[in-house]
Ligand binder design. Sequence first.
Ligand code: WTA
Length: 708
Amino acid sequence: MGPSATDREDTEVAESQIAVHWREEDYYYPPASFVEQANASDPAILERFGEENFPECFEEYAELLNWDKRWDVILDTSNPPFWKWFVGGRLNASVNCVDRHLETSADKAAIVWVPEPEDQETKTMTYQELHDRVNEFAALLQDFCRVKTGDRVTFHLPMLPELPVSMLACARLGVIHSEVFGGFSGAACGERIADSQSRILVTMDAYYRNGELIDHKAKADEALARAQEQGIEVDNVLVWRRYAGEYHSESPMVEGRDFFVDELLAQYRGKKVEPVSMPAEAPLFLMYTSGTTGRPKGCQHSTGGYLSYVAGTSKYYQDIHPDDVYWCFADIGWITGHSYIVYGPLALGTTTVMYEGVPTYPDAGRPWRIAEKLGVDIFHTAPTTIRMLRKLGPDEPGKYDYKFKHMTTVGEPIEPDVWRWYHEVVGKGDAVVVDTWWQTENGGFLGSTLPALQPMKPGSCGPGVLGIFPVVYDEDGEVVPAGSGRAGNICIRNPWPGIFQTIWGQPERFVETYYAKYCRDESSNDWRDWPYFAGDGAVEAADGYFRILGRVDDVINVAGHRLGTKELESATITVSDIAEAAAVPVVDELRGRAVEMYVSLKPGIEPSPEIAKAVTKAIETEIGKIARPKNVWIVADMPKTRSGKIMRRVIAGISNFADVGDTTTLANPEIVDEIRRYVQNEKMNRGEVPRELSAQEKEEIAAFGRAE
Ligand code: WTA
């Protein structure tokens, strides 16, 4: 799948700019108090997970779980790149996350849930209670909804304990759950229901966000209408209620279709459901993410490999011990929440904290009050949250008496400056920080420092994690050597247990997107011939640490949320006046990147602010408020190649006041100056001129759309 002739022309500029000077940051070392207690403090672990011990090394992760039957084969590569892990093994994920802890820890807190309104009480669910609730809901699904092993059930649930309960109930039955982020629109949820062919939707009437009780059930009606347009009829909508017995939604309950879970559960009080012993290779869940086409990708994760991988990485990289109070401040609607709020921590039998609302509600001291009150000692969040908390409450952490031993950052590149505030102010100079690089597709971490054994370096995630062997390739598949100062595409040379199994219903796209680019021999079933293409640009320093630059495909990472340009563009052209649309990233101080839309209008249509507003509205309806564009620019025409392809790199350069690269190969080069004058003048008038971009950011903007 070599790049075509036009792609070549398009990439030349980016390539020639690649030799940038990267300033190396200093190392920070973990405090002795951390090293003494760390799960991974003996350097022998690095040898155990050395390449010569692959794939056997991963048995160490699998052995953290209880298996009904041990595996026969560690890694089956007979049908590349559809790798199979722990083949022949059988287990149940809910048993591993709940039942097996009852003997020693029935009364221990499994989930501590903090509601957003500060005057409402924090709720603690012990492992015993979690067990009871998972069984009751599993009984309901099985008996009332008649779901069977292998069926898909879609959730559109906010951050309430009902979400992990629902996930684990499905896992108990071998039913594949597919949680759609609560902030996504009803239409986006409907697309995912249809794609996964779910007959059941589990939702909630309402939840708190920024002080407001938001009507959420209304989205279920939109979702079902959208799914129906695509030929999928949902039989039942199960509605959990934020306040049991009270309904806080304007949306009517549809007779025979919609049911309140708390009412149905009355029949299942105290019911126990035998866990289904699942093959290691059975899918545990789907998690949808964005890619280069409009159709979202349902990343299918396995039971045995996935659970082993999140248990292992939670143990060594999150350094979770059973007596820790661990708070991952992410939404379970994203992969981080699945792996590092629910499955990883619960598999290890720890206490996991969940928070309903926004970080700065009612003020920027909230997270630190929660940490102080609950005795949180491991804290996990994203750069966008860190930036926001720094901006609104730079001195707040010092006012509270909490002590973190360990902190994580995930989801976007973190600026060294922001990293230092996190370390010095939030971590009080005393917590180790891991910058974990990975993706929805990966199940768990790919790049990070091992907290007691490898020093931290702000802005770099670190080396590949245990058993993961990354490499940076150029466009021709040549290795870009460590320390060369050149950027390229980061790939993983080997399979690992947490890697997703396929894209639900789109196996060709799975092979094409992630493996075709650097596959050396399609007939080979040696994993060495099938490097995994992550779609991120990266630079490897001489010490083997990777600095992740961001996406090289058509994905924009807004506040840690992956948005596909095609999805944004399809939403935009639902506005009838619009002829063409292009989405580009713009550097944003809080959200990392924001979206800007460029649109051209159909002949005879005059530009107006109403059209721009209609675009924003369409994006909110089709995707959700998180995707709302920062600006909508109405232009006379888009810069295009002679083959008619919109050059997003050029408009991304304009939006960011960066170099637009070579424009001589465009079919309409004159349009570039016109757009630049208009957009940059407007931005100057609005005070939106970004600061001078770092070498890293320039690199990312110049590479935007390269993998198209
Ligand atoms: C980006 C989130 C820099 C990256 C777990 C990746 C990061 C995409 C980091 C995946 C990090 C994630 N440093 N960039 N530590 N972590 N990314 O699928 O571009 O929501 O490809 O998974 O986020 O986002 P996703």
